[in-house]
Write a protein that binds this ligand. Structure first.
Ligand code: UD2
Ligand code: MN
Length: 487
């Protein structure tokens, strides 16, 4: 393994930010559009730049078994920049023990940029580890592209990475060690942040894990106390996470096959991360974040590429498949929150449902009760739907507002979304991860992140219907013709 030394004087060494001089600002802005990150900065950084060792001290002295499974690294890409793609590859080459690295598979998902053709194929032949370029031929999306890569894997473990990442010192050993002990563990590194503006390497918190909201967006949330206690307060210990971000993880190859690979019916981007997370947990596996393993990723505000079929439709379709196959009754939260999803053609899910049966997977209730009790999906609830004022016939509406803000009422559109609330058996009135909160007794009711501790967020049914403070304080819940007291 070549040692990674700082190359003094070069931009971005040791993960430092690259500043674009003012005279190059216009060019930088122009090139930013190509990949939705600062390509000018990336191109100025060496392909094998040095990075700091960001691990906790307790990680640096850990010993790993001498015999561990080998891994093939699968990287799918569509129109990736040369410098980010090759820096990804170089960071793997430089920082993986050679005996553990079987090969790197680059799966080109129908890129339209010339340098990713013959030039890339010639270039990878010069690299000191086996690197193969595979091509999907037509645009398949990242899910089917990964499936193509996985088919060709010859190592014992598949490690999936995005095409704009940088692996840091010691990233691989702790991942493979977990799998060596138990083949049903699926493991993710901590995903650090490579700035899309300056390419600075910034470490992410080891106190966050993966969750999701009613829209089925993946979200980072704070690790709850109970998980810290299970790990004996040791931050170097593997963290059991309800869901994964999706791009960076390692899985035993046979286990990947056994547990149902990926859902081939999913297009382009999105949803596959939650699908795989639910599937792993519900079907007997374990999903972990390994805090001793750090890989940086360029997070972008926007997607740089086209979504044939339209981005909203594609993501909605993929998420609808997740909801239909894995979430049982809790599918309703997704469809109420995303009214458009009801009319989306999500295709045939019978194979995936059969897989769930064949593997004798547990219910979504089991997942919520045992793996993710902190989730925003209420375990038991009386009602999910609109909350209508019986006198004015207007509906409670979050107006798309955030935690800490007032909500309001508006014409009942019957489409769900901002007008959908759940009345839970813990007597909360929820909209996604926010709850109606009466912190000020004289009104108005606010939306506040649900704390689950009753108090200002505990509401009771009454028979009376009244109107207080402009805000809908007493409304009826139309579906069950019951009345909920809102203050
Ligand atoms: C995150 C994941 C990503 C994936 C996605 C949900 C991380 C760091 N990233 O979004 O891996 O799970 O959530 O689907 O967890 N690509 C193709 N063909 C396409 C579209 C994308 O090959 O049609 C490639 C793309 O070049 C990249 C990878 O797929 O290498 C992931 O795409 P992304 O970087 O746009 O996803 P990201 O990081 O926003
Ligand atoms: Mn990415």
């Amino acid at each position: 393994m070549p040692t990674v030394r700082e190359q003094p004087g070069l931009p971005g060494e040791m993960g430092k930010p690259v500043r674009t001089p003012p005279e190059e600002e216009a060019l930088m802005k122009e090139k930013f559009k190509l990949n939705q990150f600062n390509l000018l900065a990336s191109d100025s950084i060496s392909l094998n730049r040095s990075l700091p060792d960001v691990r906790l001290e307790g990680c640096k002295t850990k010993k790993y078994p001498p015999l561990m499974p080998t891994t093939s690294v699968v990287i799918v890409f569509h129109n990736e920049a040369w410098s980010t793609l090759l820096r990804t590859v170089w960071s793997i080459i430089q920082r993986s023990p050679r005996p553990l690295l079987q090969e790197i598979l680059l799966v080109d998902d129908a890129s339209e940029r010339d340098y990713l053709g013959e030039e890339l194929e010639q270039h990878v032949k010069t690299l000191p580890v086996p690197v193969r370029v595979l091509r999907t031929g037509e645009r398949s999306g990242l899910i089917r592209a990964r499936l193509l890569g996985a088919k060709e894997v010859t190592g014992q473990v598949i490690t999936f990475l995005d095409a704009h990442v940088e692996c840091t010192e010691g990233w691989l050993e702790p991942l493979l060690a977990r799998i060596a002990e138990d083949r049903t563990r699926v493991v993710c590194p901590i995903i650090d942040v490579i700035s899309d503006e300056t390419f600075e390497y910034v470490t992410a918190s080891d106190m966050t894990w993966g969750g999701f909201n009613w829209k089925l967006n993946f979200r980072w949330y704070r690790v709850p106390q109970r998980e810290m206690e299970r790990r004996g307060g040791d931050r170097t210990q593997p963290l059991r996470t309800p869901t994964m971000a999706g791009g960076l993880f390692a899985i035993d190859k046979e286990y990947f096959e056994k547990i149902g690979r990926y859902d081939e019916g999913m297009d382009i981007w999105g949803g596959e991360n939650l699908e795989m997370s639910f599937r792993i947990w519900q079907c007997g596996g374990t999903l972990e974040i390994i805090p001793c393993s750090h890989v940086g990723h360029v997070f972008r505000d926007k997607s740089p590429y086209s979504f044939p079929g339209g981005v909203v439709n594609v993501v909605m379709k993929n998420s609808a498949r997740v909801a239909e196959v894995w979430m049982d009754e809790w599918r309703d939260f997704f469809f109420e929150m995303n009214p458009g999803a009801r009319s989306v053609d999500y295709g045939d899910v019978s194979n995936r449902r059969k897989l769930r049966q064949d593997l004798k997977c547990k219910s979504f209730r089991w997942f919520l009760e045992n793996i993710y009790p902190e989730s925003q999906m209420p375990l038991d609830y009386y009602y999910l739907g609109e909350i209508r004022n019986a006198d004015t016939q207007s509906c409670l509406d979050t107006l798309g507002r955030k935690s800490g803000e007032n909500l309001g009422t508006s014409y009942c559109h019957g489409l769900g979304g901002n007008q959908v609330f759940a009345y839970t058996k813990r007597q909360q009135i929820m909209s996604d991860d926010n709850c109606l909160d009466a912190s000020n007794p004289s009104g108005p009711v606010k939306l506040v992140r649900c704390h689950g501790m009753g108090g200002n967020q505990m509401w009771t049914y009454t028979e009376k219907v009244t109107w207080v403070n402009q805000c809908c304080m007493y409304c009826t819940m139309t579906r069950e013709k019951s009345v909920v007291k809102l203050a």
